[in-house]
Every structure is written in structure tokens, then in C-alpha cells.
Design a protein around this ligand. Structure first.
Ligand SMILES: NC(=O)c1ccc[n+]([C@@H]2O[C@H](COP(=O)([O-])OP(=O)(O)OC[C@H]3O[C@@H](n4cnc5c(N)ncnc54)[C@H](OP(=O)(O)O)[C@@H]3O)[C@@H](O)[C@H]2O)c1
Length: 314
């Protein structure tokens, strides 16, 4: 009798595990855009989350609503998102500490993409920090504040807030390539780079993603996106909703009104439909906005709407 009830218990437990596994698979594949494979051991949901908005005002200091910030991060995982974008200079340190508090030990599928190359000064500016010792310290800080032994992806951020800065990136990128060889970093990316700087990085080590400023109204990287798509490299636009200055366009608003949705939803859906290698990391400090963004990005834009939206950037 005991044997039978134990067997039934085991069968029920196995069934539950199977259902849970199925649900997990369903959750991630039902997110808008599905997934994108960046490397053999790195597949991300195209719908990701940018954690920058979780710190205090102007990305400085702690959030006004600590528990609210943890709730957003837990909802990210509940929704099946496997890509969180962050940096140890958000806060500074605060955003990574919130991620660790909310989610550590991390779900198996979750990948945290971080970036190095800047600092915050006492006035809240973002001075560059690309010297070898600064980069090594930044990697150590990311590891400690996220509670990891190795970082999934590290982007070397080399430009300004919305455009590349000319010049060689060979020295700082080589430092990260060395730290990858040492086992502290699994994959490398670059941020706010020109095509020349990307090529320079690729001559040193493989690049799995490029994170640059791009959205429906700022399309300076159109040809770069197409060339990365051909190479199977992810393009991750920051400020997908306009960042600190929300996107404003009569065309965007009128298309959204016609489709009975919000301009944010249209802006995200347009990015997902622009190219299969585009991954989204919209930022929000609100669970409600997070859910809206996930639902909105799944909107199927009709061809005539896309044609009209393509005119926004001129
Ligand atoms: N590589 C780089 O140099 C770089 C630079 C900047 C950013 N990033 C990364 O890119 C991510 C995205 O950029 P971002 O967060 O600055 O800009 P964003 O995603 O373009 O916009 C975020 C802003 O939109 C608001 N928002 C989001 N969803 C909304 C909704 N459904 N309805 C109304 N408002 C909404 C947010 O406010 P609420 O909080 O009120 O929702 C926030 O003010 C960042 O989180 C960061 O990880 C990288």
C-alpha cells in the first residue's frame, strides 16, 4: 500500500514537473517576437527588459519605491523574459543590487547583460571609465553586486549618451577579451559604436550584440542593423521609447489611434517587425507599464501602417 501511494506520488510529482516545464517553454515562446540565438549557449527572448529606470531620479541613488522595484523585476521573470539589461553604474551599484535582491539565485534561463565603460560622478554626470584598471574594477563590481562568478554578456560602452565618439576602441576591448579568457565574462558586446569601431572589436574577439541609440524616429543605424542581421549578431536599441524624452510624433499618435492602441505599443511593435535581430529592452519602473509593453510589442502592424511609420524619421 505504502509502495503504491509512493508511486502515485512520484507519478504526480513527475507530471507536475512536466507541466511546469511545458508552461515555462510556453511562457517564453509566447512572448512577442519569440527568441534570438546570439551564440550556441546564448538564446534570449527578443522581448527583454532594461533595468536603468529602477534606480532613483536621473538614475542616481535608491528608488523611491524599493518594493515596487523588486516587484517589477519579479514580474519580468514571471512573464517569461530571459534578457535583463543593466549596468553597475546605474545608481551606481543600486540597480544591480536590486536585481540580486529580487532574483538571486537566478532562474536557469535568465541572462543578465551588463555594460562597463562609464562611471557616475558626484554631480550625476556619466564620465568615461575606459582605462584598463577601471574596466577590471567595473567587472569585479558587477560580479559582486549581481552575485555571479561570471557575467553572461558585457557590453563595452564607448561613446556618448546617444552617439559614438570617434577613435580606437582596441585597448579597452582587449581588456574585456582578456577577462573573457580568464573566465569572468562569457560573451562580449559593444555599445554606442560606429561600424569602424565594431569591425575593430570583431578583429579582437567575437561580438554577439551591439547596443546603440535607435528607435522609430532615430534611424541612423539602419544599414548597420541589416549588416548585423546578415552576420547573426543581435542589435539592441536603447531608448526604444525615446528614453528621457518620450517619443512624440503626430504620425505615431495617429497610427496608434487608428489601431486603438498606444504610441508606445506601436513604437515597440515597429522595432520587432523592423528586423529579426532586434531585441527590445524598454525600461520602466512600473509593473503596469511592463505588462503594457509586453502586450503592446505583440501588435501586428499592417503594411500600410509600417509604410506610414517609416516616414517619421524622414
Ligand atoms: N548603452 C547605453 O549607453 C544605454 C543608454 C541608455 C539606456 N540603456 C539601456 O536601455 C534601456 C532602455 O532605455 P530607457 O529605459 O532609458 O528608455 P526607454 O525604454 O526608451 O523609455 C523609458 C521611459 O519610458 C517610460 N515608459 C515605459 N513604458 C511605458 C508605458 N507603457 N507607458 C508610459 N511610459 C512608459 C518609463 O517611465 P516609467 O518608469 O514610468 O514606466 C521611462 O521614463 C535602459 O533601461 C538601459 O538598460 C543603455
Amino acid at each position: 500500500m505504502i509502495f503504491i501511494s509512493e508511486s502515485l506520488h512520484l507519478i504526480a510529482a513527475r507530471q507536475e514537473t512536466c507541466i511546469n516545464a511545458k508552461m515555462k517553454r510556453m511562457t517564453s515562446t509566447t512572448l512577442p517576437g519569440g527568441t534570438f540565438k546570439l551564440a550556441d549557449d546564448l538564446t534570449l527572448t527578443r522581448m527583454g527588459y532594461g533595468a536603468m529606470q529602477l534606480a532613483g531620479p536621473h538614475v542616481f541613488g535608491p528608488p523611491a519605491d524599493h518594493d515596487g522595484a523588486l516587484a517589477v523585476l519579479r514580474e519580468v521573470v514571471k512573464l517569461g523574459i530571459t534578457h535583463i539589461d543593466t549596468s553597475d553604474f546605474y545608481g551606481p551599484h543600486i540597480t544591480n543590487q536590486l536585481i540580486k535582491e529580487a532574483l538571486h539565485p537566478y532562474p536557469e534561463q535568465l541572462r543578465i547583460v551588463t555594460k562597463v565603460g562609464a562611471l557616475r560622478d558626484a554631480q550625476g554626470n556619466w564620465p568615461k571609465a575606459l582605462a584598463p584598471d577601471q574596466l577590471r574594477q567595473a567587472i569585479r563590481d558587477n560580479l559582486a553586486n549581481l552575485g555571479l562568478n561570471a557575467l553572461d554578456v558585457v557590453n563595452l560602452r564607448v561613446g556618448g549618451s546617444d552617439a559614438p565618439t570617434p577613435g580606437s576602441i582596441a585597448e579597452p576591448f582587449s581588456v574585456l577579451a582578456e577577462m573573457q579568457q580568464e573566465g569572468f565574462i562569457k560573451h562580449l558586446g559593444v555599445s554606442t559604436v560606429s561600424t569602424g569601431q565594431l569591425a575593430e572589436a570583431q578583429s579582437i574577439a567575437p561580438v554577439v550584440c551591439v547596443q546603440n541609440f535607435y528607435n522609430i524616429a532615430n534611424r541612423q543605424d539602419d544599414s548597420l542593423i541589416d549588416s548585423l542581421a546578415e552576420q547573426g549578431i543581435a542589435y539592441v536599441p536603447y531608448f526604444p521609447l525615446g528614453g528621457f524624452s518620450p517619443l512624440q510624433s503626430d504620425t505615431l499618435s495617429s497610427v496608434a489611434a487608428r489601431l486603438d492602441t498606444s504610441p508606445m505599443a506601436v513604437a515597440l511593435a515597429w522595432l520587432l517587425q523592423r528586423s529579426p535581430n532586434i531585441l527590445l529592452i524598454p525600461g520602466t519602473s512600473s509593473v503596469e507599464h511592463l505588462r503594457e509593453n509586453v502586450a503592446g510589442a505583440g501588435l501586428q502592424l499592417p503594411d500600410d501602417a509600417i509604410k506610414e511609420l517609416n516616414e517619421i524619421a524622414g
